[in-house]
Each structure stands twice: as structure tokens, then as C-alpha cells.
Design a protein around this ligand. Structure first.
Ligand code: ADP
Length: 266
């Protein structure tokens, strides 16, 4: 609590009493705390690739440039660290864009099969590289939806990219869309990947939270994919859930209220 005391003065300048105002600042402090953590995380995440780039540039300067095979490797590292920073900054921009919520949604009538097939097409190279098979199923009676296509594409890209990153070669991914009992559109992405240990499940949507930092890094992850997905889904009035079992696989389900064309969720 923040306490403010104001004296009540009598006419003769003496003090007759005081007004005490008690203000609950718990929420404010929590917000401030999470803002501080976020800034610390962002700084750390940007500092790591920058430090790497600096040391490899110095090594090139110190003579590695004269050894072509070594120079090639160092330039490769500098390039991939730069790409990681670009991804991170792009992700941060996405987060801040959807922080300001639903008034920015540009909904359009969307053919669900087409949308899901296009996501698969965007990842066809990685899928082929890892020999992962994909199936897409869309229920007939719910084959269109009124949604922000750019936003939901971003959600699907993040989820499918995770499913690929955390599934071993030769695995499979099932993508499906249907309306469920509660009248919502459920889009599920199911993989046969490494899964997520129980103890990490309730933190997985936090910004920058990763089960295995090194693995995520190697796969080009930023630790922001799931939090961005949740932000966008919430802006649609929906929710996102994740079920997972170690070494069996993961299912991420996006639930979106079914909105009439031209409408917004109630
Ligand atoms: P990242 O960029 O690290 O993938 P995300 O926010 O997308 O960040 O995911 C956070 C963490 O959740 C990942 O680092 C990974 O540990 C775990 N994760 C997400 N999706 C899956 C999945 N389909 N299978 C296994 N682990 C996953």
C-alpha cells in the first residue's frame, strides 16, 4: 500500500486530524516488475548475438581473414547471428503491434482449407528436409471464418514452425480445423515431437521462456513465438491451449469465437 497523509488544520493553525489515503499499488508494482523483466530479457537477448558478432569480427581483423576456410566460417557465424537479431526485432515488433489489441484487426472472410494448405506450402522446404509428413483436415460444415488473415497466418507460422523444430526427422504433423461443442472454431496442430516436460507447461507462453535454451537457439528460436501467438489469438477474443507429453508429442489448439461476417466477438 502507498499511504498519503494530509493534515486537517484548524482555523488557529493547530492540527485537528489527518486524512490518510491508502492506495493498493500491488497491480502497478506487478506491471512495473514485468516491464523491467521484459526490458532486461530483450537487452540480454540482443546483447548475446552482438557480443558474438563483435568477437568474430575481431578474430577476422586479427588475422583470420588471411585463412580463407576459417574466414568463411566466421563470416557464416556473423551472418547467422545477424539473422537471429533481425528475427528477434521482427518478433518484438509483432508483439507490440498486437499489444494494442482488437481495434487493429482487419478481418476478412477466409477459406480455412486454403489458409492451412498455404501454411504447409510455406514450410515445404523444411518439411522435406526433415522428412516430416503433414496432413490437413478441415470439417465441411466449418470451412470459412471471419478473421484477421495476417494475424492468424502469423499464429499458424509460429505453431507449425515449432512443430517442425521440435519434431525429429521422419515424424508427422496433423493440422485440423473444426467447430467444437462450445461453438468455437478449433484449429489444432499436433506433432509427434520431443514434447514438453510437465514442470515447464505452465510457463511455456511467457515471453522468452524456453525449455532448452541451447536447442531453441540452434533451431533459430527467439522464445517469443508462443507469446506472440497468444497475443494475436486473444485479440480475436479467443484462447490457446497446449497439451504435451515428453517424447510423445504436442497438440496446440487455437480456439476462436465464430464471428459473423462483418462482426466482432461478443
Ligand atoms: P522458440 O522460439 O524458443 O521456439 P516459443 O515461444 O515458440 O519459442 O516456444 C517456447 C518453448 O516452448 C520452446 O523453446 C520449446 O521449448 C517449447 N515448445 C514450443 N512448441 C513446442 C512443440 N511443438 N514441441 C516441443 N516443445 C515446444
Amino acid at each position: 500500500f502507498r499511504v498519503t497523509l494530509t493534515p486537517i488544520r484548524r482555523r488557529d493553525k493547530g492540527v485537528a486530524g489527518a486524512i490518510a489515503v491508502l492506495q493498493d499499488v500491488t497491480e502497478m508494482e506487478k506491471l512495473e516488475q514485468s516491464r523491467r523483466e521484459f526490458v532486461a530479457n530483450v537487452s540480454h537477448e540482443l546483447r548475446t548475438p552482438l557480443t558474438t558478432i563483435k568477437s568474430y569480427a575481431e578474430a577476422l581483423d586479427d588475422g583470420a581473414l588471411d585463412e580463407p576456410p576459417l574466414a568463411d566460417r566466421f563470416v557464416g557465424v556473423i551472418r547467422s547471428e545477424t539473422e537471429r537479431m533481425i528475427r528477434l526485432v521482427t518478433d518484438l515488433l509483432h508483439l507490440s503491434r498486437f499489444d494494442s489489441r482488437r481495434n487493429q484487426l482487419r478481418r476478412q472472410n477466409t477459406d480455412l482449407s486454403e489458409m492451412l494448405e498455404e501454411v504447409v506450402d510455406r514450410f515445404s522446404f523444411q518439411l522435406r528436409q526433415k522428412a516430416i509428413t503433414v496432413s490437413v483436415k478441415v470439417e465441411n460444415k466449418q470451412n470459412t471464418a471471419w478473421l484477421d488473415r495476417d494475424g492468424i497466418d502469423q499464429v499458424l507460422d509460429n505453431l507449425v514452425s515449432n512443430a517442425i523444430k521440435y519434431t525429429l526427422d521422419g515424424g508427422s504433423i496433423d493440422i485440423s480445423a473444426k467447430s467444437n461443442e462450445t461453438g468455437q472454431l478449433a484449429i489444432a496442430i499436433k506433432d509427434t515431437g520431443i514434447g514438453i516436460p510437465k514442470k515447464d507447461l505452465n510457463r511455456i507462453f511467457e515471453r522468452f521462456y524456453r525449455v532448452d535454451k541451447a536447442r531453441s537457439r540452434n533451431m533459430g528460436g527467439t522464445g517469443l513465438g508462443l507469446s506472440i501467438a497468444r497475443e494475436i489469438v486473444r485479440a480475436h477474443g479467443g484462447s490457446i491451449t497446449l497439451e504435451s507429453e515428453s517424447n510423445v508429442g504436442t497438440v496446440v489448439t487455437v480456439l476462436l469465437p465464430i464471428v459473423q461476417e462483418g462482426g466482432e466477438p461478443a
